[in-house]
Design a protein around this ligand. Structure first.
Ligand SMILES: C[S@@+](CC[C@H](N)C(=O)[O-])C[C@H]1O[C@@H](n2cnc3c(N)ncnc32)[C@H](O)[C@@H]1O
Length: 261
């Protein structure tokens, strides 16, 4: 097939910046969209152009594997990261929720849905401030036939029940001054509301901890995914909590804080 002849010279030059495995996957996606393994040049060119414009491969492919499930992703939600898959692993190994699980800042629904898969007898809710994120989380619940209660809330504002013993939160943690330095793949495509952690990067996480304390929520474990450079400040925020543990990701970076109260 003479696809490269057919591409513009500019694209041919830039295409060398795309790894081989991505090229192969874009080709497969083009065949899928075209509905046939031949004559897919138009679709392939469109997908290559999107990738050359720095759109993440995951948004182009539309689906990503996450732990044991498959998720739809697009610009309504953050692309789930491997660090978050490892958070699932750590929770599975270390915590036994029985009353209820609340996933705050659910995005694609990845954490909430995996919790329901791992703990099918426990009620799971996923909340997000973004209606757009919630709409894709609901699609992902249907896609995986996993019953999770998704609803809109600014942190705990619309949470009426106290019947949970595990709160998980992977909230935005990038300091707002660092946003401009992010890769184009991230800053140009992923939702800003999923990234911007305010002035120090800890604004939303610290507001959540304050809300839990002022609502006097107890008998629960809080599991946070954090920026590896913010572990000391996060531990300071949890000075009144018990069993505070700082855990590392697979790259040996401080990435998670577990605490109870
Ligand atoms: C870093 S993303 C994580 C998404 C998903 N949990 C994951 O691990 O891939 C943070 C999510 O928090 C949501 N969010 C931001 N501010 C929030 C707030 N005040 N209350 C609830 N959710 C919020 C964003 O919309 C976004 O979906």
């Amino acid at each position: 097939m003479k696809l490269d002849v057919w591409l513009t010279w500019k694209n041919k030059v830039n295409i060398r910046n795309i790894p081989e495995y991505e090229i192969a996957r874009l080709r497969e996606k083009a065949k899928e969209i075209n509905g046939s393994p031949t004559n897919y040049e138009n679709e392939y060119s469109t997908l290559l152009t999107r990738r050359l414009n720095h759109e993440p491969l995951q948004y182009i492919e539309e689906y990503v594997p996450f732990y044991t499930i498959q998720l739809k992703v697009d610009q309504r939600c953050l692309i789930p990261r491997p660090e978050t898959e490892y958070l699932i692993e750590l929770i599975k190994e270390n915590i036994e929720p029985s009353k209820g699980i609340l996933d705050i800042g659910t995005g694609s629904g990845c954490i909430a849905l995996m919790m329901k898969v791992l703990f099918p007898d426990v009620e799971v809710s996923g909340i997000d401030i973004s209606q757009e994120a919630l709409s894709i989380a609901i699609e992902n619940a249907q896609l995986n036939s996993v019953p999770v209660n998704f609803y809109q809330s600014d942190l705990l504002e619309n949470v009426k029940t106290k019947s949970f013993d595990l709160i998980i939160a992977n909230l935005p943690y990038i300091p707002q001054d660092n946003l401009d330095g992010l890769d184009k793949e991230v800053i140009d495509y992923e939702p800003l509301i999923a990234l911007n952690g305010g002035v120090e990067g800890l604004e939303i996480i610290s507001r959540l901890i304050q809300q839990i304390e002022s609502n006097d929520l107890t008998n629960l474990t809080l599991c946070l995914e954090i920026d590896s450079t913010k572990s000391e400040q996060t531990l300071d925020l949890l000075s009144d909590w018990k069993d505070v543990k700082l855990l590392k990701d697979l790259a040996e970076k401080d990435r998670y804080v577990f605490a109870t109260r």
